[in-house]
Ligand binder design. Sequence first.
Ligand code: X6L
Ligand code: MG
Ligand code: MG
Length: 173
Amino acid sequence: MNTVYIALGSNIEPRKDYLDQAIEMLEKHPGFTLIDQSLIYETDPVGYVDQPAFLNMVIKGHTSLTPFQLLDVCQEVEKSLGRKRGVKWGPRTIDLDILLYNNENIETEHLNIPHPRMLERAFVLIPFSDLDNLTIQGTSISQYINQLPDQERKGVRKWEPKNGEEEFEHFAN
Ligand code: X6L
Ligand code: MG
Ligand code: MG
């Protein structure tokens, strides 16, 4: 069995529902088992900053899929949740990025593992550290977080539903 970490992000409402639905679709796939999930964080947009705030999280799974099969599954989930390829780095209903696949290094045109920018992004590292404080290239996740500028860490804040009973209300309506 192979261990994978996947980053999720959404900045088009309903953001939380897109995260939940993406996880549910992955769990329903026979080749993927959800092991753990981070808290959800609200994060200031990075790269293209003139867009709404994101919800970001990281999940850990076990998979019998190869990295490329898993990439296909992630892209199918993105498609079925209405992901449109528009502005580069622009708003999206859901984004699924494979961060790690065992300890493998894969460098191809369409798939790079470890994800090449994960170690510089507070919106990936902080949720990741909820799961495991792995050491990558001799440095632990918490050390990478401490190396980030204060301002980038401040751009990542724990998120919680405004109404604590929102899941119930969704169910009741
Ligand atoms: C200079 C130039 C510095 C580009 C940074 C960083 C570009 C991140 C793209 C960059 C640069 C990205 C998310 C996001 C995006 C997300 C938050 C990207 C791709 N995705 N911001 N921006 N969360 N908070 O999931 O990651 S676009
Ligand atoms: Mg991404
Ligand atoms: Mg992506």
